[in-house]
Write a protein that binds this ligand. Structure first.
Ligand SMILES: Cc1cc2nc3c(=O)[nH]c(=O)nc-3n(C[C@H](O)[C@H](O)[C@H](O)COP(=O)(O)OP(=O)(O)OC[C@H]3O[C@@H](n4cnc5c(N)ncnc54)[C@H](O)[C@@H]3O)c2cc1C
Length: 301
């Protein structure tokens, strides 16, 4: 039986695991990969080495510690977690079953894809999924934001403060009647394409055009140096959904100690309802979850 199992090897999970090792806990990190979403890197033709706040140095340091400490990691997806009188049982895809007194879930979120021609080809080459991270790189640039929910709305609003123009594709109804929606509708550098859909992303090395279909079924071409797919994120919380409190978007609800409603079950990073989806936030939340789990385990050590 492990003291602690950490699920996920992104910034939150790596940080939590390294903290737990430092506290001499008997810890195992189970993950599909090392680094999580920090493996993405946006390339743009007008920027060689850009200044984005990322915290990659610290993530890479923790990642290389885990690469070296093979006994502390297991590379496989977790399918399900349940609980009995001894602690938590963690079931992996290959049929493995591992036990721990405490668990930290740091499994992040999935981005929804558009699934149109050109999307795969231009991912992180002019086409990306995080205006929150990259909007400041698009000063005076032509941009397109695609999405139906709050994330698209706020992404378009942020881009509109710096970009030459923002075409917003996919938003309708309630979202457009919100405060931000009304502000966008009255902004000179924003065009809202209600009831349009995206049919293709085109480019030449980097994405530079978005083909949209108008409500009459005809194609139109929008020139875009940056295309942001901002459809609401899907939290990877399925493994605990049957016995833990989730919010209406499926994120694990945590308190300011990174505790879920189940004693011994902690969560950190993008999979939780804490604000905001950024590397440095996930690193901090991972550290907090490990320290909190340590306090929980202390009477049992
Ligand atoms: C395209 C893009 C660019 C971004 N750029 C920036 C940026 O420049 N600066 C910035 O601060 N933030 C950026 N972000 C946001 C940032 O990457 C995330 O907020 C951060 O990575 C969240 O860390 P995390 O550990 O919570 O989750 P993740 O990084 O998503 O890591 C989750 C981990 O859990 C693992 N996992 C998932 N499901 C399972 C399972 N069932 N079993 C086992 N393991 C599982 C994954 O393999 C992964 O290792 C960007 C996000 C995207 C999508």
């Amino acid at each position: 039986m492990y003291d602690l199992i950490v699920v996920g090897g992104g910034p939150a999970g790596l940080t939590a695991t390294v903290y737990a090792i430092r506290k001499r806990l008997n810890v195992l990190m189970i993950s599909k990969d090392l680094g999580g979403k920090t493996n993405y890197r946006l390339a743009l033709p007008w920027i060689e080495d850009y200044q984005v706040i990322r915290g990659l140095e610290i993530v890479n340091k923790f990642r290389s510690e885990l690469e070296y400490l093979k006994f502390a990691r297991h590379m496989e997806p977790v399918e399900r977690i349940d609980q009995d009188e001894k602690g938590f049982n963690v079931y992996t895809r290959g049929g493995g079953e591992l036990q721990a007194k405490a668990v930290i879930i740091a499994s992040g979120t999935k981005q929804q894809r558009l699934e149109v021609p050109g999307e795969k080809q231009f991912i992180m080459r002019g086409l990306c999924y995080s205006a929150l991270s990259y909007a400041p790189l698009f000063i005076d640039r032509k941009t397109v934001v695609v999405g139906e929910g709050d994330l698209a709305l706020r992404s378009a609003a942020e881009l509109a403060t710096v970009a030459n123009h923002v075409h917003l594709v996919g938003l309708t109804g309630d979202a457009l009647n919100s405060v931000l929606g009304k502000k966008l509708a009255s902004s000179a550098n924003v065009t809202i394409l209600e009831n349009y859909t995206v049919s293709e992303v085109k480019g030449n090395g980097f994405a530079n055009q978005v083909i949209v279909q108008n409500p009459d079924g005809q194609d139109e071409t929008i020139e875009a140096e940056g295309t942001f797919i901002e459809m609401n994120l899907i939290p990877n919380s399925q493994m605990v959904k049957d016995f833990i409190d989730l919010d209406d978007q499926g994120r694990i609800k945590v308190d300011c100690y990174a505790r879920s409603n189940v004693p011994g079950l902690f969560a950190a990073g993008d999979v939780t309802d804490s604000y905001a989806e950024q590397v440095l936030v996930a690193v901090g939340e991972g550290a907090k979850a490990a320290l909190s789990a340590y306090e929980y385990l202390l009477p049992m050590l």
